[in-house]
Design a protein around this ligand. Structure first.
Ligand SMILES: C[S@@+](CC[C@H](N)C(=O)[O-])C[C@H]1O[C@@H](n2cnc3c(N)ncnc32)[C@H](O)[C@@H]1O
Length: 274
């Protein structure tokens, strides 16, 4: 089978609009260059020759959309990547949030859960995990399943252990997981306080209010109009004094208004709602 290497603008437009009409899944506001690249990768993995073949497959098998979404949407993640973020949360940012009995946290676009468990460990280390209630959402069902399971391959655990040591050289990462045949399973307390759910940031409504919203390395795929809309929604759903945290490569800083947010720590990409 020949391997497809390009997707044209016309193919992209017709495919994304057809998927939106048939499934209500909106890829039309994703940034086109990276979406094309991801579709090419998905076609290769799913062993399809062209977007036309993909569409035929989707017409014959309605459920084929799920492996397609997983290939297109799922991205890289890691525990304790960007140590400055986790250090800043532990040392100063969490203390800057107005005191409350319950701390509501949302990981929007949580992928396979590594960001959620990094935060869980920081919450334990600051002694506030018992009052934390987190929602972790993603548009990939497969990613959510892995996140909820909280079990990672030994090679990944080894990588996360190294990242953790950069974040906290005196801490002991082994305390946070148990060794199983298939790898490391995160400690029950780190899983228990999290509600893992399917949620599409483009099409699904946001209902709750939060004290911390993480949306890291997700909006990078969205076009300008989608970014503006989502940033506005995050602002509406964040409590005053709450933290908004973005990814290091999101290129969103100029869009985060200083009349809405204090730049609490720009290096860590943490913003506090005024
Ligand atoms: C690169 S991962 C980021 C994971 C994590 N936030 C981090 O930075 O480590 C991007 C995630 O965004 C999710 N995603 C992309 N578009 C989405 C959408 N419209 N709604 C919800 N999640 C989305 C993908 O499924 C993927 O799991």
């Amino acid at each position: 089978m020949s391997v497809m290497t390009t997707v044209t603008d016309e193919e992209l437009i017709s495919l994304t609009h057809a998927i939106l009409r048939r499934y209500g899944i909106d890829f039309t506001c994703y940034e086109s260059t990276s979406l094309k690249r991801r579709i090419v990768r998905a076609l290769n993995v799913l062993k399809l020759d062209s977007t036309h073949q993909l569409w035929i497959r989707l017409l014959k098998d309605r459920d084929f959309i799920y492996p397609f979404i997983d290939e297109v949407a799922v991205g890289l993640t890691s525990m304790f990547r960007d140590p400055i973020l986790w250090q800043t949360l532990r040392r100063e940012a969490l203390q800057a949030i107005p005191a409350k009995d319950q701390l509501n946290i949302w990981h929007a676009g949580c992928s396979t859960g590594e960001e959620v468990y990094s935060m869980g460990i920081v919450l334990q280390e600051t002694g506030i995990i018992s009052k934390a209630k987190a929602v972790a959402s993603d548009m990939s069902e497969a990613a959510i399943k892995i996140a909820q399971e909280g079990a990672y391959h030994p090679l990944k655990i080894a990588e996360y252990e190294k990242n953790y040591a950069t974040y906290n050289p005196t801490g002991i990462f082994k305390r946070y997981y148990s060794v199983q045949t298939q790898g490391g399973k995160m400690q029950a307390e780190l899983i228990r306080h999290v509600d893992f759910r399917f949620h599409n940031l483009i099409t699904d409504p946001i209902k709750e209010q939060y004290d911390i919203i993480f949306c890291r390395n997700v909006m990078i795929y969205f076009d300008q109009a989608a970014k503006i809309k989502l940033l506005d929604q995050f602002y509406q759903h964040l409590n005053p004094g709450g933290l908004f945290i973005i990814g290091f490569y999101d290129a969103l800083v100029p869009m985060i208004s200083k009349s809405r947010y204090k730049y609490l720590n720009l290096d860590a990409k943490i913003f506090q709602k005024i």
